[in-house]
Ligand binder design. Sequence first.
Ligand code: IPM
Ligand code: MN
Length: 353
Amino acid sequence: MSDKYSIGVIPGDGTGPEVVAEGVKVLESLARSCSLDLQFEEFDIGGERYLRDGSLVSNSVLKELQSKDAIYLGAIGHPDVRPGILEREILLKLRFELDLYINLRPVVLFPGVDTPLKDKGPGDIDFVVVRENSEGMYAGGGGFFKKGTPDEIAIQESVNTRKGVERCIRYAYEYCRKRGGKKQLTLCGKNNVLIYESDLWYRVFQELHDAYPDITINYQHVDALCMWMIKNPEQFDVIVTSNLFGDIITDIGAIIQGGLGIAAGANINPEGTAMFEPIGGSAPKYAGLGQINPLAAIVAAQMMLDYLGEEEAAARLLGAIRDVVKEKLTSLDAGKMGYSTNEVGNLVVSCLA
Ligand code: IPM
Ligand code: MN
């Protein structure tokens, strides 16, 4: 009997549909050879839809997505929609309403990929960022006072609940143990300035350590950590951090692993569903040209298989991705790969065989 999964697919905007199509093609090919039963259901969500009929994500759609084993997302973002609407009402709404409180972002340099870091190779860049994904600066608290006047005040609040911090840090410890790397967990904060928020994070980090004596811990300020990610990325194994710091440092992570052509992430509720996405965005400039690199979306699909517990399929897909990157592509950047979007998907499928 084959394992059966129901996957919600949100192609979204810009290049999202192109890269998701390649991901689904690869997944369907794997499903045939690994006897998996993958049922895909598409959801029309994104900027195009919003411009067409004003709808974003309704509660009934949220319910349907919640019932899926996993969600596969292309990209959300449209040049004709004012910044903030689609981000807050779609992407962040999905993260918040489905309580996808972990944002897992591996930073791995595959053999054959160029990194902008001088003298660094695949052995040096291999770590994972566990980003809190449900609160912090993203909670949206705050407001204006006397807006538009010379006396105006803008307040942006960071919300850090003990429950939220604890479940994130606990997940990071567990993940670090399971990953079986150096077994070293780094807390990234700013406790010399953010004396409330980072203090809570630091205390919870220390308290939970008692249950994980096999894991070595250390703490770094976020600004210093940005430097070290570039100077000595090999020192990291797992990094845990708050929502905004995680957002920022994972863009550094993306570029040192070869750029947005390969960087993917998972938004996870360990007790519920999870959503997998290339982290590059909708890249409107490349939409419809067949030049965008679908590998980030394919890596997201690989993470999805792993999350679903389909280890064999996930391992085969990872192998195929690594082969394509090493043996075939001239670059991971859009328009410079030496192949079209569709051809890269086909290369992955042929390397699966
Ligand atoms: C990301 C993105 C989002 C974020 C934006 C689009 C709201 O940058 O997934 O990293 O800030 O989380
Ligand atoms: Mn980001």
